[in-house]
Write a protein that binds this ligand. Sequence first.
Ligand code: ARG
Length: 589
Amino acid sequence: MEKILDLISNEVMRAFKANGYNEKYGKVTLSNRPDLCEYQCNGAMAAAKEYKCAPFMISDKIAGSLKDKEMFESVESVKPGFLNLKLNLEYLVNYLRGMEKDKERLGCNKCENPKTIMIDYGGPNVAKPLHVGHLRSAIIGESVKRIGKFMGHNMIGDVHLGDWGLQMGLIITELKERMPELVYFDESYNGEYPKEPPFTISELEEIYPTASGKSKEDVTYKEAAMQATYELQHGRKGYQALLEHILNVSVNDLKRNYENLKVSFELWKGESDAQPYIPDMVQKMKEDGFAYISEGALVVDVKEDTDTKEIPPCMILKSDGASLYNTTDLATIVWRMRDYNPDEIIYVVDKRQELYFTQVFRCARKTGLVKPETELKFLGFGTMNGKDGKPFKTREGGVMRLEYLVTSINEEMYKKITDNHTVEEAEGQKTAKLVALSAIKYGDLSNQASKDYIFDTERFTSFEGNTGPYILYTIVRIKSILKKYQAEKTLPQQAEILPAHSNSEKALMLEISKFNAIMENAFEESAPHKVCAYIYDLANAFNHFYHETKIMAEADEMVQAGYIKLLELTKKVLEICIEVLGFEAPERM
Ligand code: ARG
């Protein structure tokens, strides 16, 4: 369906044209004075300059032309030259009925030209537990991906595992110290390696920090780890078999963690998958004259004349020939283009890596790794802080494990839910999980991604205010009214949403009618926070309507049935929105 704001704009633009003015002045916006009107057009003010007359002379004429249009309940020309518009009730209800008919998409058209968009998010590191720093990437990336899918694009999420580098050598070195008898360390061994990994995930998670700690204090240990990394990267069989085990154990654990967050990836590629593409890529960069040696290292210049701050060259190989984080990201672009030919690649990464990605993107463009029309987009997010305004930590000051954070919010929620009323243990736990996830995700997504925010457990888990649980509470409230109604009667066949009977009902309808515009805009700007802001307004409009309207006690059957239809539509809009945000509502709470 066409967006309601466009339909209104078109009508007003036609009126400008019919009166001999340029139609561009007829653009309509949402009212910033909802007490006075629903929509407004300020074009007469600008038009007055071009046509050299008083603005209200124009707005008066336009109001005169629009007065009898069925779209409007009222059109007022207000000095000095504003047009204040209110929508006709029939017109509005027809728009909602149109939404209702489109059961799956509620009037939100799919995009006309679907794009292939790869989205690089998550970015966990093998053998290191997920910590809260990885939470934002996962939550934001998942939502941006879901919004894109809803709009009809081919969205491909890639976890881009950190599985290359010293951490692998460290683990191997520590394993060798503890279990030198393992076949993986025997260079003369030619047989098959065992299928079972020689460690569990909890051992692995203990091995890595131990090794990392040792390497900081013991130079020989560190050298051994670097040597092991080198040998691993140059094909030592036993080490590669160990790498397989480390990857499997780690990835299984990561998948379980992401599943708890309702986050999933189309691709589980890692930094290591990019390595085979490096030699040819580097070779070509040299041949084409882009890469040159500077202070021993191989670099590509990426500064541009219009830069206001210094953008250092992009380093491709270190002086010892070793590749870097850069090299891996560039080579990753190579296989992404080769295998998926995306129109766009979005990176959901900590905004502190912005300069780094500027270098990578420019280098990729300059050296022709991407087509000129391929968009490379950095979606940088801010830091999640604790109440003290510093990066979120455990009470002891350590890095907070993601799993621990999720569990503690689950427990908090379980307490709240069982305090409210008695539920069976299993149902209570299930509900608590759903509500806790909404608290975490909405708490994060309702902020503009690029901003830092404070993770305030108390506020995020509250059932009131701008929170996930409040949104779920609203949906659950609607569900319970619908259930009550269904228990008493069946919806008459001819039931339909009726023109609003009250201001609060109309306000709710106006909110609902914005759905398609919000989704489109949230996609265009990769901005889940716009969906959050919308459902908060929608939930408020609904609750206001609910408090002012006796739905179950309504005597007129058709009026009551109309309310029920309106509730159903409200619920569907809310449900689609929370689905793209990445959480869901329980039956009761
Ligand atoms: N593994 C990295 C980290 O933990 C994030 C990876 C971001 N993505 C990328 N393509 N570089 O910081």
